[in-house]
Design a protein around this ligand. Structure first.
Ligand SMILES: Cc1cc2nc3c(=O)[nH]c(=O)nc-3n(C[C@H](O)[C@H](O)[C@H](O)COP(=O)(O)OP(=O)(O)OC[C@H]3O[C@@H](n4cnc5c(N)ncnc54)[C@H](O)[C@@H]3O)c2cc1C
Length: 416
């Protein structure tokens, strides 16, 4: 079924009885050409582009819980292309372009809103670093504008500009940056993949990876064994555990990241604001809640919930930047498991096991990467060659030393 304004209208007149399920609920088959482990944003987009770009059909996505129950449905939804290093730049630029056509592509309202992202700076050194970043973004073909203090004040009059520790001196505005509705992205890709014949199998945990003679032959699951010629590990925070099933030890640590949302308020914050010095960022959802977060909880964990010291830290940073936020009541907080690499950049690559591929290491920025990650992982799995915009996301860079040190911190939380 195609969704459209006309369909909404006709269904409204006929009692909304004509809507069909967004995707099927198939039983797992004994064998597939390709199995994708993980029904998050990256797994679903990989399956979608395998079918859409490469004409492959005999594909299953195996999800241990429900589709979109992982980080793709837990993140704070910032979408941007403001990376500095070659390797990351072209990848995220490609991703943003895919975002810009995603709703038409998927025939699904993912509520992509290019409301503009402002990264604040608080010192001359930070201004220079943002100026360099802005130039890099423009050279890549994306947009960036350096704002002085008065220009930031015009856009964000509610900030405390003169807070004694980090007075706001200006910001880098990325107008095409913004937000999207996180779970709609998972549902949109799920529906798109299902329509192209991909089997989406929920409540199906992969418990083992079968190999023979150095090749992958299938997976063991809680719903039985499934044979496959190719397998993709796309499980974000669980990457270390699933890769261990194939005897691999990844350069990835799993950490908790928390997010918070307040009660619904009238429109107050028009942009996404990032306050790096305080480790705080914020936007306002379409329902009116202020959505914000900060740094990782400072320990490795597989628990999708956080602890109180980081809650206090985030609230303090919010109060420092915009004291008015103290009037809003926080309704909910939650956590997700982040797959942190030492250099803060991702991995999309083959593995030493023939036919086994991996897509992981998204740190706390993998939501914006969902379209390009799926696009590039599908390219790699279908052709055996890395896509040109993901060529540097190699697994062996941690052995060769060809790091993509965008953050300079990665999983080293003491450096955050
Ligand atoms: C609080 C928070 C805020 C964030 N904010 C942003 C942001 O503003 N912008 C941004 O770009 N990124 C953000 N991120 C990061 C982003 O959400 C993640 O990098 C991205 O969603 C990870 O990829 P995914 O969607 O495929 O992961 P997930 O949705 O976690 O998908 C992985 C799936 O694999 C499944 N799985 C695991 N093990 C198995 C198994 N053995 N068998 C079968 N299935 C398995 C899991 O159940 C899960 O559904 C944030 C993350 C969090 C937690």
């Amino acid at each position: 079924m195609r969704y459209s304004g006309f369909k909404v209208l006709t269904e409204g007149f006929s009692g909304n009885r004509g809507w069909t399920r967004a995707w099927r609920e198939p039983e797992p088959k004994a064998e597939y050409d390709i199995v994708i482990i993980g029904g998050g944003g990256h797994g679903l987009s990989t399956a979608y582009y395998l079918a859409r770009n490469h004409g492959l059909r005999n594909i299953a996505v195996l999800e241990k819980g429900y589709l979109g129950g992982g980080n793709v449905g837990r993140n704070t939804t910032i979408v941007r292309a403001n990376y500095f290093l070659p390797g990351n730049q072209e990848f995220y630029s490609h991703s943003l372009k895919l975002w810009e056509g995603l709703e038409a592509e998927l025939n699904y309202n993912v509520m992509h809103s290019q409301r503009g992202l402002i990264n604040l700076f608080h010192s001359d050194g930070q201004r220079d670093a943002f100026a360099r970043r802005g130039n890099a973004m423009i050279s890549q073909g994306d947009d960036a504008e350096l704002l002085d203090r008065a220009a930031v004040r015009r856009l964000l009059p509610y900030l405390d500009f003169d807070n004694a520790r980090f007075p706001v001196q200006g910001g880098l505005l990325h107008r095409r940056g913004g937000t999207a509705r996180h779970d709609a992205v998972a549902w949109g890709y799920a529906r798109g993949a299902d329509r192209l014949g991909v089997d989406l199998i929920q409540n199906c945990e992969v418990t083992g990876i079968d190999t023979a003679g150095g090749r992958v032959t299938g997976v063991q699951t809680t719903r039985g064994a499934i044979r496959a010629r190719k397998v993709g590990i796309v499980v974000a925070g669980r990457s270390g555990q699933v890769a261990a099933m194939a005897g691999m030890r990844l350069p990835v640590e799993s950490h908790v990241l928390q997010a918070f949302v307040t009660e619904g308020l009238k429109p107050a914050i028009d942009h996404v604001i990032s306050f790096g010095m305080g480790h705080f960022y914020i936007s306002q959802s379409d329902k009116g809640g202020l959505v914000f977060g900060g740094d990782l909880d400072f320990y490795a964990s597989y628990a999708a919930r956080g602890n109180l010291p980081m809650v206090e830290h985030v609230m303090e940073a919010g109060m420092t930047l915009m004291p008015m936020i103290g009037r809003a009541r926080v309704l909910r907080s939650w956590g997700g498991i982040m797959d942190m690499t030492p250099d803060g950049s991702p991995i999309i690559d083959r593995t030493p096991v023939e036919g086994l591929f991996i897509d992981c290491g998204w740190n706390y920025g993998g939501f914006k990467a969902v379209p390009a990650s799926g696009w590039c992982m599908a390219h790699l799995m279908a052709t055996g060659e890395p896509h040109e915009v993901a060529r540097r996301f190699r697994l062996d860079r941690f052995a060769t030393g060809h790091l993509l040190d965008e953050e300079g911190t990665g999983s080293q939380h003491n450096l955050h």
